[in-house]
Write a protein that binds this ligand. Sequence first.
Ligand code: SME
Length: 159
Amino acid sequence: MYDYKIDAADKPMMYRDLASALRGLVDGEPDPIANMANAAALIWETVPGLNWAGFYRNVGDELVLGPFQGRLACIRIKFGEGVCGVAAQRQQVQRIDDVHAFPGHIACDSASNSELVVPIVKDGKLIAVLDLDSPDHARFDAEDEAGCVALGEILARAL
Ligand code: SME
């Protein structure tokens, strides 16, 4: 059994502990679905204030739902559509304080108010996006972004 209960004093430390736990989980495991599934569970259990945490995979230049924690979600998202699709198309982090003000935002759960999407890129190719949603307004700050980018870099090597 894995026991990765993280109880860090501050946010940068929480993300450092999270990165270290994630490295341990994916080390030596080549299966991308297993690695995304454990990553989603680890993030869900560790990062407070989320109502969704998970992945969309790049399948033939379309985003297709991957492992996640939270409520049921839309299955396919075209590149350029919604927060995830824009992150995928531009290979650029999207940190959105108010998703209702984002043109084309896809409301999988009406409770979501802010969102952080991190593209996972290997050798210039988009593999997946990591998507975190929160019911809080402006839930994600620069420390969350830096922490999740670091998780994305670990996952880029493990997917
Ligand atoms: N809100 C996302 C869709 C995915 S769900 O949040 C899980 C978007 O606009 O891309």
